[in-house]
Design a protein around this ligand. Structure first.
Ligand code: IMP
Length: 445
């Protein structure tokens, strides 16, 4: 029997913002197709090259490489207003775009009234708010599961406007019952009506983008022997099933999500590249055992520019949490690790890393079912920092000994090799370990 060609998956192992966009951008030259499988414009994948910064919300991070086909899969939720703005920013000639971006007709639409409902629901939660990006993600996935949502393909049907109006009316009724009305809302500094107008303009543009059935397209691409990379958004600890519920997003951010969100059989998943930051961050509410408060947190935030790329909110910062990382490696079947933002720790004399938790006086190193126990305290191991810039380091092997010790500790704990370290925002600031499995996989040794 012929060997099966498999898709690789790249995803985040923490609470999102691990720097996945940059890594996908670096790996893209080795793939024919890059495909997003879940989430929507709550994501903000930042790419920096030739002195310019780009932030992608819905469009896959392979878009900057000619010849790469970018697919937005059935599991993604789409806001035409935001995609339209994203396309304006990218400024890709229409003929190039026709060959480099395909969207699945099964993907669900985020209506302006989904965003209204998101705001109304968050508002109602008061102190218990999740800290949603307010992009309408939760209400859109809710409608999908309730079988009341609208899909991109529905826009071609005669009664689309009727269905749109009916759903909108339902959302407005619900928002009102939560004490929220249209006049309470400003969407990207537009009124609801202005936003809706722009939304429909965006929808026309979205309709001009070639459509695919992602499951057929991806499987046929693999059958032809071409390489496919599935690009995750958010992070494992925000997964609807395995994250710190209810402080999570509304999709499956894990490897299994790539199967659902693209129509891939589990047996067609190849390598799983897990991206994690050398420390931890979280934006929005929810438990965060290794969170730092005060000057150490400020140091990481400022050095790491830890402000949300979608909302601009300051991110909460803390030390690396190894039990959480190990859990994420297990859930995703991670085969290779990629560590980002190592440079952010450059100036620290001491680096702490969480190796377990004290729960009710007992130490355990298993990620707990709920992180909310008040008696949960992280147990730290202290390591010496490298206290040095990494700017002149040209190879993985030349990294300071203290940083290599940090890497060894992580590898010993989670039992997966760290193949790549990113040392800055630019595409070029990347070090791949000599002889690393990832190089063999990409066949560039
Ligand atoms: P939502 O998905 O916008 O509803 O947000 C739910 C939770 O996930 C909130 O805590 C957000 O801050 C967080 N979140 C959503 N998307 C991202 C992301 O791309 N990076 C980091 N956090 C995110």
């Amino acid at each position: 029997m012929k060997e099966v060609n498999k898709a690789d998956v790249l995803l985040g192992l923490q609470w999102g913002d691990e720097g996945k966009g940059k890594i996908v951008d670096v790996l893209t030259p080795h793939y024919k197709v890059v495909a997003r499988f879940q989430g929507g414009p709550n994501a903000g994948h930042t790419l920096v090259f030739e002195g310019k910064k780009y932030i992608l919300h819905t469009i896959p991070s392979g878009i900057f490489h000619s010849g790469c086909v970018n697919v937005v899969g059935n599991g993604v939720v789409l806001d035409p207003f935001i995609i339209n703005k994203e396309l304006d920013q990218l400024n890709i000639p229409p003929d190039v775009l026709q060959e480099s971006l395909f969207i699945c007709g099964k993907a669900h639409l985020i209506l302006p009234s989904h965003r209204l409902l998101d705001a109304a629901l968050e508002n109602k939660k008061g102190k218990l708010r999740i800290g949603s990006t307010l992009k309408g993600i939760g209400p859109t996935y809710t409608d999908k599961v309730a079988r009341t949502g609208l899909r991109l393909a529905d826009t071609a049907t005669d009664n689309f406007i009727k269905k749109y109006e009916a759903l909108k009316t339902e959302h407005l009724r619900l928002a009102e019952s939560l004490g929220y009305s249209l006049s309470d809302l400003k969407l990207d500094s537009l009124t609801f009506e202005e936003y809706e107008q722009e939304w429909f303009r965006g929808l026309e543009r979205l309709k001009s983008i070639p459509r695919v059935q992602s499951e057929v397209f991806i499987n046929e691409t693999l059958d032809k022997g071409a390489r496919v990379l599935a690009e995750g958004a958010q992070g494992t600890l925000l997964d609807i099933d395995f994250g710190s519920y209810p402080y999570v997003t509304s999709s499956n951010t894990i490897t299994a999500g790539a199967c659902i969100g693209l129509g891939l059989a589990p047996s067609r998943i190849g390598e799983v590249f897990g991206v994690f930051k050398a420390y931890c961050t979280r934006v929005g509410g929810g438990p965060f055992p290794t969170e730092l408060i005060g000057k150490d947190a400020d140091h990481l935030r400022e050095r790491g520019n830890e402000y949300g790329s979608t909302t601009g909110r300051p991110r909460r910062c803390g030390w690396l949490d190894l039990p959480a990382l190990k859990y994420a490696v297990m859930i995703n079947g991670v085969s290779r690790l990629i560590m980002t933002k190592a440079d952010v720790l450059n100036q620290l004399d001491v680096i702490k890393v969480c190796t377990g938790y004290q729960i009710d006086g007992e130490e355990q190193n298993i990620f707990p079912l709920t992180l909310e126990q008040e008696s949960l305290n992280p147990v730290y191991k202290e390591l010496q920092g490298w206290n040095n810039s990494l700017d002149s380091v040209e190879s993985f092997e030349q990294l300071p000994a203290a940083l290599l010790d940090y890497v060894s500790l992580i590898e010993d704990y989670v039992q997966v090799p760290v193949d790549i370290i990113s040392t800055g925002a630019d595409r070029k600031q990347i070090l791949i370990r000599k002889g690393a499995g990832i190089l063999q996989r990409l066949a560039v040794v």
